[in-house]
Design a binder for this molecule. Structure first.
Ligand code: BGC
Length: 881
């Protein structure tokens, strides 16, 4: 039978990973993309073939149109198994399958604790300098392949025979280390040579032992740094030799004097021993390592790509500050570190200080609070030297360089570059539009995501904080899921959320949880249940399901989500004690700089809203997982809690205590009776109008306010808010030259001074969560079935825009939507991948229509720009609750 000529299957992918080495599951799920120009082509069945132990087995032809995260149809894999999988598919009206895809190489890691013979080794000595571990070994000349399984208590970098192993940065990423410690698998075959070899591993404090939080706490997970490494050499005769950390490894002091994520790295190149990762016959003054007790059952393989160095950036200008200091401006606020190429005398020190902004022409370091963000390099002397810190990152746009070894102290072009570091997720989403300021806002959102997706989703990347604040990612997850393939990273983080959850269901305010207030205590969570924060337990899994079609993550997180929701229901929003410690609509522009939770919205209303929101989410999860009885129960509870929420509103839909966020929550979380919606929408529009179209929301209201306006017929008000340039607004920081999203609407004040509040980050993604509305409503690209299997294409032109568009690499392939407006003529171009359906709603209000894969163009004539319906007049004599 000839193969189907019209479409082809791309090399499959596995789980949410970018390659198949070191898998941590015996039953990995596979996905594939189908490409071709045949419009409306649909997969009707598929076959997966597995090459294992030189024999092939097949799944047989499986009738299913699914191509995303399909279940493993073979017996489970064992540890270290190497297999190849390929896929072919059949179309709905074809008898012949496609050609086989290229095969995907899969290899499992060490799946069981008893696969490890390596012991956790440590210097066990309190040294100021950081340790290097080392081991020499001999390799026979009939080596077939070699693997390194490695992790650390701390963060590590390994070299074999003088060459770096892998390209990951700050491994292992931060997880709830007492429950889960990630190890990575490296193919080191080409690093090895016949005869003597050496491996050297530097280990530093990282999250494990470094400074954590603003209370100055260190050693939150332990006092001793450790290394766990297992090299497995397989020879042609099938024999395997294992070289594993144990008492026969040595350690010595390395060139890193100190390294801390907040404070920076101090490195003395004169102290780097030439033999640290090279076999040598030199004097053996290395000390024996000690073995630490260690529970191997916490070891887990990663579910996402590692942190990598993803881009290098040249400075755009050199500045001589008023105090005479040399400052480099990289033109972009970024997260990473600086790389030097320098020559100078031995012992000469170069000092680098980092900051996101300038104030009065000098580095504005006050927002870093106690984080020193200072790197020091001491030259070895002689030839040109290259250096970049290994175990720290900073959030910065400006670097002050002290002691550059030249007359004027200014480094030559090319000598100093910034290296951007973050989890190496594939970029999947773009947005374009005709307004350059909005475009820059969107670019800033992308940069803030890059800056805060380093192993875990953090609040900020620069000050003495950088924690996995749950509320921030709860707000930003939909935007994140569009911009990058962050499914692996976030589902790994959700495991930590569940692991750190209290037995009663309480989710910590940040994950991984470390008690930065009470040194010595690890599991005590004195903080109350925090509405809008702990709800990350329900919101993030649901978002991952919607955006990536991953039902597995729903299944896995279900009990965590239910437990959180039940715990939250223990608070009564009508009881003032319940809401007295809530963060509420954190950082709305009316909150005083030093009281960020003291904004316009009643925190009790936020609590009542999230009780329903999380109940709705777990009801939806239960439905998706076919747990119908649970779903019915949660729906009933949600109904009861809607009644509680209703007490914050008058019967016509007016809030007792009005604010933009109160209405946004009521409308977007669907908390009002149908007859109240119109008034609530009009009141919201009136508040927005009365504020001169300036934003009045904090972390809770910001992601949803434009949805609230759009869904109640006030699209133009939403656009005017979005395109506002006066403060407070999304674009005001852009007009001041922001290159990332700020924590506060006014992190920088118009006079160029930094907001006096104690928390003033210039790289916080939460307020950037409006990008999700830009993707869904401005460009008009939204998921309407999990994984974008069905796509809602409903662009709503407005404001001053004459064109907009978005592209998204969905799990089924690339979707692109773009529109432009010429006079009244609206033209929409849409491209959908095979396997998806588009629901197209044109802005002229004509009926929605369904389209299949391929390219589609639609036109329609628009009325004059939609006028905002006149909102109802301001209500006098507001009754305070
Ligand atoms: C963080 C936030 C977080 C908030 C909650 C801040 O310090 O930076 O983004 O959500 O605290 O209290």
């Amino acid at each position: 039978m000839p193969a189907s000529p019209v479409v082809r299957v791309r090399t499959p992918t596995v789980e949410h990973l970018r390659d198949g080495l070191g898998l941590g599951t015996p039953r990995p799920r596979l996905s594939w993309l189908i490409e071709g120009d045949s419009p409306n082509w649909r997969q009707e069945s598929y076959e997966i073939e597995l090459e294992r132990d030189f024999s092939r087995s097949t799944s047989g032809q499986i009738r299913s149109d699914e191509s995303v995260l399909v279940p493993w149809p073979f017996p489970p894999l064992g540890s270290r198994e190497q297999v190849r999988a390929r896929v072919r598919v059949w179309g709905h009206d074809e008898t012949a399958p496609t050609e086989w895809s290229e095969p995907l190489q899969l290899e499992t890691g060490l799946l069981h604790a008893n696969d490890w013979s390596a012991l956790m080794v440590s210097p066990r000595a309190t040294t100021e300098r950081l340790p290097v571990f080392r081991r020499e070994f001999t390799v026979r000349d009939d080596l077939l392949q070699a693997r390194l399984y490695v992790t650390a208590l701390g963060v590590y970098e390994a070299e074999i025979n003088g060459e770096r192993v892998g390209d990951d940065v700050l491994a292992p990423e931060w997880t709830s280390y007492q429950h889960r410690l990630l190890y990575r698998t490296h193919d080191i075959t080409t690093h090895l040579r016949d005869g003597p070899n050496a491996i050297g591993v530097m280990v530093a404090d990282g999250w494990y032992r470094g400074r954590m939080g603003w209370t100055g706490r260190r050693e939150v997970y332990g006092q001793d740094l450790g290394l766990l490494a297992q090299l497995e050499l397989t020879y042609r005769d099938d024999s395997r030799e294992t070289i594993a950390t144990g008492a026969d490894w040595s350690w010595g002091l390395g060139p890193v004097i100190s390294s801390d994520l907040y404070d920076g790295e101090d490195y003395d190149a004169r102290l780097l021993r030439d033999d640290w990762s090279i076999a040598s016959d030199g004097p053996a003054d290395w000390a024996p390592a000690e073995v630490l007790p260690f529970d191997h059952s916490v070891l887990a393989a990663p579910e996402s790509p590692p942190v990598r160095r993803t881009e290098t950036i040249q400075p755009v200008r050199v500045i001589r500050s008023p105090a005479g200091r040399v400052l480099l401006d990289f033109g972009q606020n970024l997260v990473g570190r600086v790389q030097l190429t320098v020559a100078g005398p031995a012992g000469h020190r170069i000092e680098l200080r980092h900051a996101e902004v300038l104030e009065h022409g000098e580095l504005g370091t006050r927002p870093l609070r106690s984080a020193l963000a200072r790197d020091v390099y001491t030259l070895r002397g002689g030839d040109t030297e290259h250096w970049e810190p290994r175990f720290t990152v900073h959030g910065f746009r400006y670097v002050e360089i002290g002691g550059w070894p030249s007359k004027d102290g200014v480094p030559p072009v090319g000598a100093v570059r910034a290296v951007v570091c973050h989890t190496d997720m594939a970029a999947t989403g773009t947005f374009t539009c005709s307004d350059p300021l909005l475009q820059r806002l969107h670019d800033n959102v992308v940069w803030s995501m890059r800056g805060n997706f380093l192993g875990i989703p953090t609040d900020c990347p620069q000050r003495d904080e950088r924690l996995g604040w749950t509320g921030d990612i709860a707000a930003f997850a939909p935007t994140a899921g569009f911009l990058y393939d962050c499914a692996g990273m976030l589902s790994s983080w959700l495991r930590d959320l569940a692991a750190d959850q209290e037995p009663g269901g309480k989710v910590p305010i940040f994950v991984p949880w470390v008690d930065v207030w009470h040194p010595g205590r690890r599991d005590v969570q004195a903080e109350p249940l925090m509405a809008g924060w702990g709800d990350a337990a329900t919101i993030v899994p649901w978002t991952l399901y919607q955006r990536f079609g991953d039902a597995g993550v729903l299944e896995r997180q279900y009990s965590s989500a239910v437990a959180w929701t039940q715990a939250l229901l223990s608070l009564d929003p009508r009881d003032p004690r319940s809401s007295s410690h809530q963060f509420g609509d954190w950082l709305d522009p009316t909150a005083p700089p030093d009281r960020p939770g003291d904004g316009a919205t009643d925190p009790a209303l936020v609590l009542a809203a999230y009780q329903v929101r999380s109940l709705d989410m777990i009801a939806a999860m239960a439905n998706a997982l076919d747990r119908t009885r649970d779903a019915v129960k949660f729906q009933q509870l949600a109904k009861d809690r809607r009644a509680v929420f209703a007490e914050f509103f008058a019967s016509d839909g007016t809030a007792h205590r009005e604010s933009q966020t109160s209405y946004a929550l009521a409308l977007v979380f669907d908390l009002l009776a149908p007859n109240q919606r119109r008034t609530a929408g009009d009141r919201l529009a009136r508040l927005v109008l009365d504020s001169g179209h300036r934003i009045g929301t904090g972390f809770i209201g910001t992601p949803i306010i434009c949805d609230a306006l759009t869904s109640t017929g006030h699209l133009e008000a939403a656009y005017r808010l979005l395109q506002q340039t006066e403060s407070p607004s999304w674009l005001h920081p852009v007009t001041l030259g922001a290159t990332t999203v700020w924590e506060r609407w006014d992190s920088m004040l118009p006079d160029g001074t930094i907001n006096p509040g104690e928390m003033t980050s210039f790289n916080h993604y939460a307020l950037g969560s409006i990008a999700d509305w830009m993707h869904r409503t401005v460009a008009g690209l939204a998921p309407s079935a999990p994984g974008y299997r069905e796509v809602l294409v409903a662009p709503k032109p407005g404001g001053t825009l004459s064109s907009a568009g978005a592209t998204h690499r969905t799990p089924y392939g690339d979707v692109s939507v773009s529109w432009n407006l010429e006079g009244r003529l609206f033209t929409l171009c849409l491209k959908l991948p095979i396997g998806t359906t588009g629901w197209v709603a044109l802005p002229d209000g004509s009926a929605e229509r369904a389209v299949g894969s391929g390219i589609h163009v639609f036109t329609c004539l628009l009325e004059q720009p939609e006028q905002t319906r006149e909102p109802v007049p301001a209500v006098q004599d507001q009754t305070e609750r």
